[in-house]
Design a protein around this ligand. Sequence first.
Ligand code: NAP
Ligand code: GLV
Length: 309
Amino acid sequence: MRISFCCTGTKAQPWLEGLRAAFPHAEVNVWSAGAPAADYAVVWTPPQQFIDEQTQLKSIFNIGAGVDALMALRLRPGVPVVRLDDAGMSVQMAEYVCHAVIRHFREFGGYEADTAQGKWSYRKPHQRADFPVGVMGLGILGERVSRALAQFDFPVRGWSRSAKSIPGVQCFSGQAGFNDFLAASRILVCLLPLTPDTENIMRHDTLARLQPGGYVINVARGSHLVDDDLMALIDSGHLAGATLDVFRTEPLPAAHPFWTHPKITVTPHTSARTLREESIAQIVGKIRALERGEAVASLEGVVDLNKGY
Ligand code: NAP
Ligand code: GLV
């Protein structure tokens, strides 16, 4: 068996060691142009040349949850794409989003600024009922985040393509439910995959539907958000601010106004990291299942190439 590793921006050696330890008889190598045909690929944002040259792949394993970079390539028909299925990401995402929501709701940023100046001062507590949180995307990450927020007694709304039922979450679905979902939300969390349907979904007319004093938390992809529209709505006072983990260009360019905007908190695409050991274990388990002859459809995390996620 041959496994080809083609992960842009990823330190390859520990991945190769992990995969070789699991498959001592396999050839596991970093892909380079002209490399021999592999049976399986482990990828993150591979180039088109990789897809064009690797014509014998039985399956492509993406070492992240989002497959938008792969979907932008011309993939070979019939080759399944398997994304990470949680692999330790959902708890990280729940931590990040709960932290951002609570930091905003409790005004911890303001307290940090005060105490940095030696000021002992109080802010008036807010009512949780006035801070409904809307989570766009109720998949592996969004569902976990919604449940975690509900544990803190925030009113939680969720929006997905198909109808869902999640305890403690008021669920909306489809285009028909979108405006009602936005109107029922003050804090908006984006956990959608990036597809043609969801690109630019956070723009002036949609963000304007959030309740006054709205707040945006984008942890999905930068292209879900129209940057200038967000800043205009913050500057007009309709939105109170934003916490942003993902950007149209990453790293966020030094001159981008998000860096210095007083009401925008920036983190470097770190809300839910790929955890190497968990991810290798998951991919190894799936390759073993396929090698035993189990059907691809029986695996968790197989991407629906028509839906694009
Ligand atoms: P997922 O399990 O595929 O869930 C996607 C959710 O979005 C589903 O609930 C789906 O609805 C919904 N959805 C998709 N298209 C929609 C549409 N047009 N209208 C309404 N709802 C729609 O994905 P996930 O694992 O939760 O991950 C979500 C995204 O998070 C990833 O694609 C990635 O971009 C991002 N991410 C970011 C980080 C980070 O560190 N910042 C880390 C990991 C992932 P249905 O359930 O009805 O299909
Ligand atoms: C990270 O952004 C991922 O999609 O896993």
